[in-house]
Design a protein around this ligand. Structure first.
Ligand code: ATP
Ligand SMILES: Nc1nc2c(ncn2[C@@H]2O[C@H](COP(=O)(O)O)[C@@H](O)[C@H]2O)c(=O)[nH]1
Length: 198
């Protein structure tokens, strides 16, 4: 894998990863590119195939995994999610910083590759706040919400492993969280902006 150092955003469902990522892409659309994952979950209202995810069947995804087309994949809340080699390469070919939004299993699997990204953990201030955010988002059934909260409890326990993340952002105040994210990425942003000028 070549090009600028990728960025991994991880953390419990509802912590605010996509929200922070959207802010980053809005402000630095030319600098960052989103690694569009594959998933077997159903699209949410407003989600577009090929933009938020490549929405595929379990059979299709398993076939592509078996063919070695994925850097990592994981089962999360009853569905498979995965990062294809093509998704990362497409961003790197544009000389953009590739941003991956992946769960903790994905982080552990990416650690075994030569991708060498900056690892950032995004967390909510508490499980109660996380639950409120997920409920207010109105994307999950009660069953899915409970599965995600269980996964979040496990994530919150396991993600404290020393050295796993380069930065932990507790996303309480959104603007403050975004400032912290921009701060750790400032050097990489500058490098890309300079290279695009020359
Ligand atoms: N700092 C914040 N304060 C209040 N609400 C927030 C904050 N950050 C994000 N939210 C809201 O919380 C909800 C969950 O955020 P978001 O969808 O970005 O989480 P996520 O980590 O990407 O979740 P998933 O992993 O399920 O995709 C959204 O409705 C978002 O608008
Ligand atoms: N290991 C991977 N995890 C992924 C990938 N794409 C997304 N995710 C994670 O799944 C959950 C749920 O996402 P949602 O869109 O259904 O809310 C969340 O934690 C994502 O970070 C992936 O390619 N690999």
């Amino acid at each position: 894998m070549t090009g600028p150092r990728p960025v991994v955003l991880s953390g419990p469902s509802g912590a605010g990863k996509s929200t922070l990522l959207k802010m980053l892409l809005k402000d630095y659309g030319n600098v960052f590119g989103f690694s569009v994952s594959h998933t077997t979950r159903q699209p949410r209202v407003g989600e577009v195939n090929g933009k938020e995810y490549h929405f595929v069947t379990r059979e299709q995804m398993q076939k592509e995994i078996d063919a070695g087309e994925f850097i990592e994949h994981a089962e999360f809340s009853g569905n498979i999610y995965g990062t294809s080699k093509a998704a990362v390469e497409a961003v790197q070919a544009r000389n953009q910083i590739c941003v991956l939004d992946i769960d903790l299993q994905g982080v552990k699997n990416i650690k075994k590759t030569d991708l060498k990204p900056i690892y950032i953990s995004v967390r909510a201030p508490s499980i109660e706040v996380l639950e409120k955010r997920l409920r207010d988002r109105r994307t999950e059934s009660e069953e899915s919400l409970q599965k995600r909260l269980n996964a979040a409890r496990i994530d919150m326990e396991l993600s404290n492993e020393p050295g796993l993340f380069d930065l932990i952002i507790v996303n309480n105040d959104l603007q403050k969280a975004y400032s912290e994210l921009k701060e750790i990425l400032a050097e990489e942003i500058q490098k890309i902006q300079d290279s695009k000028k020359s």
